[in-house]
Design a protein. Structure first.
Lengths: 330, 346
C-alpha cells in the first residue's frame, strides 16, 4: 500500500437551505486502501460520494481525485472512478450482459472489448448463469453483484460504493464483502465504501472514518479510533462490583467527570466519563467497602464508540430531510 | 452546448502551466463525452424503435394516413376541378366526407406522438435507478438530455418523412398526378415544419419528465396542455376577444375587425394554430396572406388571382416558423436548465 493520497477533500461543505449535509469535511484517502465511511443514515455519506463524482456541486471547499478537481474536471474523475450507487438499477428490458456492454461502450471501449470484459467480470461476480436474463427479473442481491461488474467494466482505479450491502441476506453479504476485499487486495484498487453497518466496515476496511451529521468525528485505523476518541474526552469503563446494590450507582454518579452510568443485562455497570476516572473509582470503591471483581476499559471497541455516536446523533434529532424532497431542491 | 461546458472547465485555470494541463484534459474530456453521446444516442434510438409503444403509434398513424388518403381520393376530382397547377398538393390537404385531411391529422395527432416519445425520458431513468449510474459515466450531464431529445427528434423525422413519402408514392400511383418540382419542395418544407412542430411537443414532454417524478404525471400534464392548446384555445381566444371588443351593442360593427385580429392573436399562442396556418399556406399557393386586413384590401384592389411563388409563401409563414422554433427552444431550454440544476440521487 502506497502512501500517495488519491482522494482528498478540503473543507468540503454542502448545505441544503438551513441544513448542512456535509460540514467542512477534510479527508485523505491513500492509493490502494479500503476506506470505510461509517455513519448513521442521513449523516451525509451519499452527499459526499456524489460530490466526489461531480454529480453534486459543493457549497464550498473542494474535492480532488488523482489531482483532478471533482467539480471542474468531473469527466476525468469519472473516467478513473467507478460508482456503485445504493440500490443500483439497470435497464430492465436489456439483459445483464447488454447492460454491462452498454456501460463499457459509454466508456469508449469497442464492442469486442466490452464483450470480453463482460464475460470476465460476470464470472467474477458469479452472475454468468443469469447474464442473459432481462435485468428486470433480478433480485436485489443480483443487481448489487451486477453493479460491481458494471463498475469494473471501465477498470477503475477507484471504486466508490454507497451502502453496497443494504438489504442483502447474510450469505450474499459475506460473498459481497469477500468480493470487495478482493478488489482491493488482488487488483490493488482504491475503494471508498460508505455504510452504516459497522461489522461489515470493520471487516473490509483498512481505515475507517466515522461520519455523523456531516462531520467526520474520527478517522484512522480501527485500533487507533478508540485512542482518538479518548483524546476528545470520551472514556468508557465497565465494572462489576460486589455487592451489586443500588447505592453504588448513586455513588458513582456523584463522582467528578461521570456523564452517565447504566446497568447492563449481565449485571455489570457501564460508565462513561469525560476524563480518566479509574483511580478515583478504585479509592471510592475501597472507601465504601465494595469489592471490584472485574474492570474493563472500553473504547478500543468500535462497536461501543459507534453506538455512542449513533445514539448521540439520534438524541439530538435534527429535522430529518427525506432524500426525495432533497432531490428536488437545490 | 458541449463546447460551453468545455470552456467552463478550462476557464478555471490560473497559471499558464495549469492552463495547458487543463486544456489537454479538456480535450480528452470532450472526446470522451462525444463517444458517450454517440453511444447513448444510439441506445435511445434503438429503445424507441424497438418499443411496443412506437409500434402501436405507428400503426395508428398508418391507419389514419390511409383513411385520409382514401378520403382525399373521393373528393379530389372536385377539388382539382378549377385548378391547373399544384394538384398534387391537394392529396395532402383535401378532406374526405367523413375524415380529415392528412395535414389535419398530423397537426392533431403529431403532438401525441411527440409526447409519447418524451414523457418518460428522465423520470423513467430515475425510477429504474439508472440515472445516477448513467451520470457516473464519463459524460457531461447535459449529454443525457441532449441525446434523448435528439434521438426522439430523429424518430419524429423518420416517421413524418416515412408517412409523407408513403402518401406521395401511393398518391402518385393512384392519381397519376406528377408533382412539379416546386410542389415537391413544398412537401419537403411541410415535412420539416411538421418535425419542428412535433419536436416542440417532444421538448415539452421531456420538460415534464424532468419536473415530475412519475411518468404518468408527466404524460397527463403534457396531454392536458396539448388538449387545451389544440381544442380549447380557440374558445378562450374568442371569449377574450369578445370581452375586450364586444360584438354586441353600439360599437359592434366598429369592433368587428379588432375583435377578429385579437382572436387570431390569442390563437397564435397555440403551436397547433401556428402549424395549421403555416401548413395551409405552404401547401396551398393560393393563400396570399394570413392577415385579414391585407386580404380585405387585396380583394378591393382586385388583385389578379395567381399562385404565390415558394419564396413568397415562405415569407408569409416566416413568423410562424420562427415562433415554432422558439417554442422548441424555450421548452427544451426549460427542460435542460431544470435537469442541470436537479440533484441526481437514487
Amino acid at each position: 500500500m502506497g502512501n500517495e493520497t488519491i482522494i482528498r477533500t478540503e473543507n468540503l461543505t454542502k448545505r441544503y437551505g438551513d441544513i448542512t449535509a456535509v460540514d467542512t469535511l477534510n479527508l485523505e484517502i491513500r492509493r490502494g486502501e479500503v476506506f470505510g465511511l461509517l455513519g448513521p443514515n442521513g449523516a451525509g455519506k451519499t452527499t459526499t460520494t456524489l460530490m466526489l463524482l461531480g454529480l453534486t456541486d459543493p457549497t464550498s471547499g473542494k474535492a480532488e481525485i488523482n489531482g483532478h478537481d471533482c467539480t471542474r474536471e468531473s469527466l476525468s474523475v469519472k473516467r478513473i472512478a467507478g460508482y456503485l450507487p445504493d440500490n443500483v438499477g439497470f435497464y430492465s428490458d436489456m439483459t445483464g450482459r447488454q447492460n454491462l456492454i452498454f456501460s463499457g461502450m459509454m466508456n469508449g471501449l469497442t464492442e469486442k472489448e466490452c464483450q470480453d470484459r463482460a464475460v470476465h467480470f460476470l464470472d467474477r461476480v458469479g452472475m454468468t448463469e443469469a447474464a442473459d436474463r432481462k435485468a428486470g427479473t433480478y433480485s436485489r442481491g443480483m443487481r448489487q453483484r451486477l453493479g460491481i461488474a458494471d463498475v469494473l467494466m471501465k477498470e477503475p482505479e477507484i471504486i466508490i460504493m454507497d451502502e453496497p450491502t443494504l438489504g442483502i441476506d447474510p450469505v450474499g453479504m459475506r460473498e459481497l464483502t469477500a468480493l470487495i476485499r478482493d478488489l482491493s487486495v488482488k487488483d490493488g484498487r482504491t475503494i471508498l465504501i460508505s455504510s452504516h453497518e459497522l461489522y461489515q466496515i470493520q471487516e473490509i476496511s483498512d481505515r475507517v472514518g466515522i461520519f455523523v451529521e456531516g462531520k467526520l468525528i474520527a478517522c484512522g485505523r480501527i485500533e487507533e479510533l478508540g485512542e482518538q476518541l479518548k483524546n476528545e474526552g470520551l472514556y468508557m469503563v465497565d465494572i462489576r462490583v460486589e455487592p451489586a446494590d443500588e447505592r453504588i450507582t448513586g455513588l458513582i454518579r456523584q463522582m467528578d467527570g461521570v456523564r452517565s452510568i447504566g446497568k447492563k443485562t449481565d449485571g455489570s455497570l457501564h460508565i462513561e466519563s469525560g476524563k480518566d476516572i479509574r483511580k478515583g473509582l478504585l479509592t471510592m470503591l475501597l472507601d465504601n467497602d465494595y469489592t471490584l471483581t472485574e474492570m474493563h476499559e472500553r473504547g478500543g471497541d468500535l462497536d461501543e464508540i459507534y453506538r455512542k455516536y449513533f445514539e448521540a446523533g439520534a438524541a439530538e434529532q435534527r429535522p430529518e430531510v427525506p432524500k426525495r424532497e432533497r432531490g428536488q431542491k437545490s | 452546448m458541449t463546447e460551453t461546458m468545455t470552456e467552463k472547465s478550462a476557464a478555471g485555470s490560473g497559471t499558464p502551466k495549469e492552463a495547458s494541463v487543463t486544456g489537454c484534459s479538456a480535450h480528452k474530456e470532450t472526446s470522451a463525452n462525444r463517444i458517450g453521446f454517440r453511444v447513448l444516442y444510439r441506445k435511445e434510438l434503438a429503445d424507441h424503435l424497438e418499443s411496443t409503444r412506437l409500434l402501436i403509434m405507428l400503426l395508428l398513424l398508418l391507419f389514419v394516413t390511409f383513411a385520409s388518403f382514401s378520403g382525399a381520393m373521393s373528393n379530389l376530382s372536385d377539388a382539382v376541378k378549377n385548378s391547373t397547377e399544384f394538384n398534387f398538393l391537394k392529396i395532402f390537404t383535401t378532406a374526405g366526407n367523413s375524415t380529415y385531411s392528412f395535414v389535419t391529422f398530423i397537426g392533431f395527432l403529431g403532438p401525441l406522438f411527440g409526447i409519447m416519445l418524451g414523457f418518460d425520458a428522465i423520470n423513467n431513468e430515475q425510477a429504474q435507478g439508472t440515472l445516477n449510474r448513467l451520470a457516473a459515466q464519463p459524460i457531461y450531464r447535459d449529454t443525457i438530455i441532449n441525446a434523448k431529445f435528439l434521438a426522439g427528434a430523429t424518430v419524429i423525422l423518420m416517421t413524418v418523412f416515412g408517412l409523407t413519402g408513403l402518401m406521395c408514392g401511393v398518391g402518385l400511383i393512384r392519381t397519376g398526378i406528377v408533382p412539379e418540382p416546386e410542389a415537391f419542395a413544398r412537401v419537403l418544407i411541410f415535412v420539416l415544419f411538421s418535425v419542428i412542430y412535433i419536436s416542440a411537443w417532444l421538448a415539452i414532454a421531456i420538460f415534464f419528465s424532468v419536473v415530475s417524478r412519475h411518468a404518468a404525471t408527466a404524460a397527463l400534464a403534457s396531454v392536458a396542455i396539448w388538449l387545451f392548446l389544440t381544442l380549447f384555445m380557440n374558445l378562450v381566444a374568442s371569449g377574450l376577444a369578445g370581452l375586450i371588443y364586444p360584438l354586441t351593442g353600439a360599437n359592434a360593427n366598429a369592433n368587428a375587425l379588432n375583435n377578429y385580429a385579437l382572436q387570431i392573436g390569442w390563437n397564435r399562442i397555440s403551436p397547433y394554430y401556428l402549424y395549421t396556418e403555416a401548413i395551409s399556406t405552404i401547401l396551398n399557393p393560393n393563400i396570399r396572406s394570413l392577415n385579414l386586413v391585407s386580404i380585405l384590401t387585396q380583394s378591393q384592389n382586385n388583385a389578379i388571382a395567381s399562385y404565390l411563388t415558394l419564396g413568397q409563401s415562405l415569407m408569409i409563414i416566416w413568423p410562424q416558423i420562427i415562433a415554432l422554433l422558439a417554442t422548441v427552444a424555450i421548452a427544451f431550454a426549460a427542460a435542460y436548465v431544470t435537469f442541470m440544476k436537479r440533484e441526481i440521487r437514487a
